[in-house]
Structures are given as C-alpha cells and as structure tokens.
Write a protein that binds this ligand. Sequence first.
Ligand code: HAM
Length: 411
Amino acid sequence: MISRPKGTNDLLPEDIWRWQKLELLIREECAKFNYQEIRTPIFEETGLFQRGLGEATDIVEKEMYTFNDKGGRSMTLRPEGTASVVRAYVENNLKGTGLPAKLYYLGPMFRYERPQAGRYRQFHQFGIECFGSSEPSLDAEVIMLAYGIYTKLGAKNVELKLNSIGCPNCRPNYLEKLKEALKENQESLCSNCRKRSLTNPLRVLDCKEKGCQATISALPRITDYLCTDCSDHYTEVKETLTLWNVDFVEDSRLVRGLDYYTKTVFEFSVENLGAQNAVGGGGRYDKLVEEIGGEPTPAVGFAMGIERTILAVGDAWQKEPDVDLYIVIIGDTKKEALLELIRARKQGLKAEMDHLNRSVKAQFKQANRLNAKYCLILGPDEIKQGKVKLKNMRDGEEIQLTLSDWLGGIK
Ligand code: HAM
C-alpha cells in the first residue's frame, strides 16, 4: 500500500463541505470588493521565487520543491501566490485592463517544512493582490476584506497585528542601527539569530526562541526610523481601519517571512491553534513588480491559510443535510420511486433513494445517516390508491398526501 506523501492531506467528503462553505464566502466577499479571480500555473521557473521572495528567506533557502524538468530547466512548485500573480500581471499586461488591478486566487501551495498540526507541505491559500496604487486606503481595504471574512466565519479570538517596515529610503538607516545593536548582543542570541544578524537582520525580530526575547524587545524599533512618507502612510492606514471599526494592535516586531514587503505589514492570528497560529498575513510590496521585470508599480496583498482557518472555525459551523428527501421503497414500488426521485430533483430538492435492495428499516437508517429532512414512503397498497406518506424526520410527523402533489408537503 502506498500512502500519501508526508505533510499532505486527502480532503474527504466528511470535511469538504467546510472548504466549500469557506470558498463560497471568499468568492462573495471578493465580488463585493471588486476582486476578479486569476489562476496561474502550480509550477514556475525557480528564478521567479528566488528573485521575488529573497534568497535569504526560509522559503528560498530550504523549503522549495525544486526539480529539473526533462528539458533541464529548474522549476519550482509555487510556495506562495504573490510572485506568480506579479509575473502574470506583467506578462499579460494587466495594467491595460485598468488600475487598480484587483486579483484573487485560491489553490495549493508547497513548502518543504517539518509537518505538524496546522503546518503541511501541500497547503492551500486564498490570496488577493492589488496593483497600481500606493494609496493607504487600498492597504486598509485589503485588510478589511480579510478581517470581514474572519469575522463572518465565526472564528473566535482573531487578532490583527499591524506594523510598517519602511521603504528603501528609510529602512537602510534602521538596518544599520539594528545591526549595531545585534552585534553588541550576539552572546544572548540563538545560533539562528546570530546567522540572521548577518544575512537578514530584520528576521531576528521574528525569532520565537524564549532565550532571545529579552534581547529582541530591547532592540531599536523600526517605527521610530520611518521617513515622513512611510510614517504618514502608516498613520493613514490606521486612521482608515479605525474609521471602519477594524480592531488591530500595533506590533513593531512584526516583519513577516518574505523579503518583498515595504511599508504596511500585517498578520492575523488565532489563540487556540498552538504554535501555527498565523491564519493569514500580507502587506504592501511596492518594489516587487519592478524586481520581476515590470515597470515600477505599487502593490498590496494578503493570503489566508485555508487549513488553519478551517481549524480556527472548529465546530462553529453546522453541516447542511446531505439530502432533503429520501425515498423509502416498500414492496415492488421501485418504479414509482424512480419516477418520484427525478420529479423531486427537477423541483430542486437534493434527493436520494435505495439502490441496494435494503430492508425498510435499513432504508430509514440510511436516511438518518444522510440527515434527510423528509422521507417519502411508497407502499404498494397506498400507491394503488394514488397515495404516499411523507415523514418529517425532524419531528417524526407523518402525513398522507396524493401521489400527484406530495411535493406541496415539503417546507
Ligand atoms: P505567508 O505568511 O507566508 O504569506 O502565508 C500566508 C498564510 O498561509 C499563513 O498565514 C498560513 O496561514 C498559511 N501557511 C503558510 N505556510 C503554511 C504551511 N506550511 N501549512 C499550512 N499553512 C501555511 C504569503 O504567502 C504571502 N504571499 C502573502 C501575501 C500576499 N503578501 C502579499 N500578498
């Protein structure tokens, strides 16, 4: 027996309804905010992610599924959606369709991480990317769309953290100060932080090691070094979120794990998910389009982890019944059952009947398993008189109706 690859999941019918419900909500919310769907390939040239995400990120350093295709080209299963959508935006000249270009996507992503609850090697993201404007109102709108979905899901204790990590004008100055402070504190940092101090100092702020926390909290804060443009931008994002009653907490240590961000960064987390509690995150990335070969284009986006979001919803959702109606065959009424089954489906009911020659008792059991709202009972004597019985499976009430218009008994 060959098992599924480590870190992947089979999405079974007993759970898929949660995915469908979430996807429906996502599509509805995207339509309200005027986002259009885009679907890009699941693999891309490796260089896209190396250039886009940054060579010194965990993803590019150690988590990519990279392989040579038969033509000897290095390809990578997409570890996230932003780089691919940026490539598609540039390659298809989506600027020509009018700005801002507002795109959303849903699909599998691949990261070679150590699997644990909420962390998989194949996982799914819903993401949005908005191109062509540096206005803070669009940062706030991206956050609002995400916030609205988490709120509507009924997930409890969702926290929104917000920060600004500056731009190429002000960040180098901050990085100098940060590097100096890190140099002075090497002894109190873990080996990973010591390495990061040289390769990607901003990422030190994100370290979860207990021993590093005291040192990290005393490091210079990026928000104290923002240039006027970044600082004004950040203020306006916060003002707009406040205007829309979006609750957020500022976290000057929030830097995110990808290198493309400028100015706004944000993350949504949920209390009860343990270590993997980030259910989504995003930010502004005003330099990435240029980096990938397009003309300078400001952009902002967000991605939600679908698996973690579904875990966060827990049992706040009730499954809809599989069927509205189950037809119970008694004696030789199968032909009538076949006719009524199609009539019910034509009327828009989710309907099912027995195809396994089950006993009447077993048919009722199956109806309960499917959580049927009604059973239509076809008995030979009643059928001869043009009658059927309709049983309401919620309250057990049974009524007799005529064969020709029993559908009127369904509420
Ligand atoms: P990210 O924070 O790397 O951002 O991923 C977004 C979300 O994907 C995470 O918050 C988490 O819920 C989920 N996720 C990430 N890795 C895994 C995993 N191994 N298993 C399960 N879930 C996972 C991005 O990917 C950016 N592209 C977001 C963005 C869009 N920024 C701007 N636009």
